[in-house]
Design a protein around this ligand. Structure first.
Ligand code: S3P
Length: 174
């Protein structure tokens, strides 16, 4: 079974994903990294040289090529929000929406060293960043809310992680 972690940029999909995979004793896959490896280009390079539409196509192709393995997969923040990807995600495995408030997301994103093409132009302008995050989260929550589980990822103690592990193991989808 694949457990997909979805949610906005900065929600902690990769860091929580590694901890969760460890607890579930399965491997961890980061879809952005897998796409980068496949194309031998960074996400930033793909956006710049090929455009966002091309990147979105790569996300869809990557999802379609995913074999049914036991793994925790951290998806890019936009992946569930294009094409019929969210439907596909829920067909391929179980989805967990890591929910973090606008403030928390903006704070994490401005401190992050990862280059994210969508926020790069105003990463250091907290006000513009907040406006962008608010607008985008509002647009995207329609898709994120289709996840099988919604998890408050504002801060994740080991007890809270344990409760997510239990929820996943108890799920009728497994
Ligand atoms: C994107 C999120 C990024 C990456 C790309 C686009 C988005 O992944 O896929 O920069 O549209 O939200 P993270 O959510 O891992 O930052």
């Amino acid at each position: 079974m694949v457990v997909f972690l979805i949610g906005f940029m900065g929600a902690g999909k990769s860091s929580l994903g590694k901890r969760l995979a460890n607890k579930l004793n399965v491997s961890f896959i980061d879809s952005d990294k897998a796409i980068e490896q496949k194309l031998q280009m960074s996400v930033a390079q793909i956006f710049e040289e090929k455009g966002e539409a091309y990147f979105r196509l790569q996300e869809l192709n990557w999802l379609k090529s995913l074999e049914s393995i036991d793994a925790v997969v951290a998806l890019g923040g936009g992946t569930p929000c294009f094409e019929a990807n969210m439907k596909l995600i829920n067909e391929l495995g179980m989805s967990v929406y890591l929910k973090v408030g606008i403030n928390g997301l903006a704070t994490r994103l401005s401190a992050s060293k990862t280059i994210r093409p969508l926020i790069e132009p105003f990463k250091d302008d907290k006000e513009k960043l907040m406006d962008f995050v608010k607008k985008k989260v509002e647009e995207r929550e329609f898709f994120y809310n289709q996840a099988n589980i919604t998890f408050d990822a504002e801060s994740v103690s080991s007890e809270k992680l344990e409760s997510l592990v239990k929820l996943i193991k108890l799920s009728p989808i497994l």
